[in-house]
Ligand binder design. Structure first.
Ligand code: SF4
Ligand code: SF4
Length: 66
């Protein structure tokens, strides 16, 4: 059972691989793979730091039912 009710999602239809979000993550949860931002969910602290950096609003933290 997961206790987390948050999920970090990347809209891969919107992401164009600019890399702006990658360097901002304090836990290095983000990486660029084939020009798409990928998140390592276990490393993400849902700090929101990277979210405003995306020019195409591809980053989002959503609430999910536990
Ligand atoms: S929300 Fe915070 S920890 Fe998660 S990917 Fe963005 S900058 Fe990194
Ligand atoms: S800032 Fe947005 S467009 Fe740029 S790599 Fe990150 S998710 Fe993709």
């Amino acid at each position: 059972m997961t206790t987390s009710n948050q999920l970090f999602v990347v809209d891969h239809d919107a992401c164009f691989g600019c890399g702006a979000c990658i360097a901002l993550c304090p836990t290095n949860a983000l990486s660029l793979i084939d020009l798409l931002a990928e998140v390592e969910q276990e490393a993400c602290t849902y700090c929101n730091h990277c979210i405003p950096s995306c020019p195409v609003f591809a980053l989002e933290i959503i609430e999910v039912d536990a």
